[in-house]
Design a protein around this ligand. Sequence first.
Ligand code: GLU
Length: 428
Amino acid sequence: MAAHTVYKEPAPLLDRENPLESMMSRFNIAAEILGLDDETYNVLKAPDKQVIVNLPVTMDDGKLRVFEGYRVIHNTILGPSKGGIRYDKHVHLDEVKALAAWMTWKCAVVDIPYGGAKGGIICDPTTMSAGELERLTRAYTLALKDVFGPDRDIPAPDMGTGPREMAWLMDEFSKTSGATSPAVVTGKPLVMGGSLGRTEATGRGVMVSTLAALAKLGLNPTEVSAAVQGFGNVGSWAAKLLFDKGLKIKAVSDISGAYWNDNGINIDEAIAYKNAHNGRLEGFGGAEPLNADDLLTSNVDVLVPAAVEDVITEHNAGDIKAKLIVEGANGPTSASADPIINEKGILVVPDILANSGGVTVSYFEWVQNRQGFKWTEEMVTERADRIMSDAFEKVYKTSQKYKIPMRIAAYVVSIDKVAQTYKFRGGF
Ligand code: GLU
């Protein structure tokens, strides 16, 4: 008999700072400030549940390939767990654990009744056909049918997934559970229970928190320049909405490279170009090519990292010229960079606050699905903007009260809410 071919990819080793350690080091500082008791600390430091699934999928060439998938439920004390699913070559269990915990803090900071979770599958969606991705998504849903549920755990899109994958997930879950369940997942296509305003929600929240931070710094948006790293859903919407507010977006980037225009990039043109060119900016004529690494240290007032984790590190933090960093991505700044950034006096609107507009509108989608009543776009944006600005004010006040950076203040607000809930619920 021929030797078996092993198609399962081994989990790649992290070649960067471990995001779980980055998350924990901030958590530890906030826990210390709050005087968090040992019992609650020990409950919160590890996820409630970690599920690893093996997903056999028939590929288009007829061969069976086995993928590894994860779903980590960090905490459910505040409500059913919520968080996206990531399809990427570099998905790693420690990364998923960090992202799940960030969802707990994120939902608590915007005061929505959810716990935190995250999922991921080690795969390269860019090389897979729609049929392969559909079979993979259905296999993942089936493997996790007892974990997911409108009152248990509610997935959403993240890197490498979007409304199409959410539709497959909703369909597979509905078929296995015997009832059409739109509220099991958010970020669905509009026609099947998606919410108006969900697509742009994360970028919109980044815009709202950028304007709130500029007001604190006494800066006029129309006199301010910005660089946006990442031109996917979050980055392109953040750039577009900031551009509409009059900021001069001097630099943008995607996987094809970075682009610079000292007079400001017309973001409407950049988005139209991207949509017409396979989702990429390569060859965009409205700007000059810029070395991708230089975007983060370019001469702008506002920096919006909206791509992946650990791009601002101890190696480049000292060269950052921006006065304000607004984190569209999850975990773009590694913990080792925090002291350097604080020393330089840069104001940071941290990920768990800045990008929480996405999960906020996911919450609205879930509420609408359960109400069986569709909200208007005005209702969605007006409510989401209010939640974002209230959360910003709360975190800003906490940072002033304890004389701590906004990042730690956001953790303080979140951990305090979760810890208080544990006190009321009791029952260990
Ligand atoms: N993946 C997004 C995030 O990291 C959205 C999560 C959701 O809407 O549940 O916040």
